[in-house]
Design a binder for this molecule. Structure first.
Ligand code: ZN
Length: 145
């Protein structure tokens, strides 16, 4: 298979130079998710202030797809309100389930459209979604507080 679809430059950049990596000491909730099929693990710390994602940090180990995706996710969601963040997350989830038929909405996902090619590789979709699912879980938990 043609892996050039998978490993776009921007993905490798985020893997090598991750954003918001290293967990904040202060947080409202902490969530830990794993992707057993690949061995990826992620922990995220989320703080919401006045309905806005004021702090979102992560740490983890795993493949380049999972780590780069988590980096991009935290960068995109920082400073967004809960509704905006949900739109972005749902847009990314839709993209991952598009089986290669969608290029993604760059207005919503920005650099994360680089993951569009991953949707053609079922085994890697969970890698790409790991951080986003962790955020989704954290957002639900923080709402319940
Ligand atoms: Zn993985």
């Amino acid at each position: 298979m043609d892996l050039s679809n998978l490993y776009q430059e921007v993905i490798l950049d985020h893997y090598k130079h991750p954003e918001h990596k290293g967990l904040s000491l202060e947080k409202d909730v902490q969530v830990h998710h794993i992707n057993p099929s690949c061995g990826d693990e992620i922990t995220i710390n989320l703080t919401m202030r006045d309905g806005v994602v004021s702090d979102l940090t992560w740490d983890g180990v795993g493949c380049s797809i999972s780590m780069a995706s988590a980096s991009m996710m935290t960068g995109l969601l920082h400073g967004k309100n809960a509704a905006e963040a949900t739109v972005i997350v749902e847009s990314f989830v839709d993209l991952m389930h598009s089986k290669g038929t969608s290029q993604g909405d760059e207005n919503v996902l920005e650099d994360a459209v680089a993951f569009a090619g991953v949707s053609q590789y079922p085994a890697r979709i969970k890698c790409a979604l790991l951080g986003w699912m962790a955020y989704k879980d954290a957002a639900i938990q923080v709402h319940g507080k």
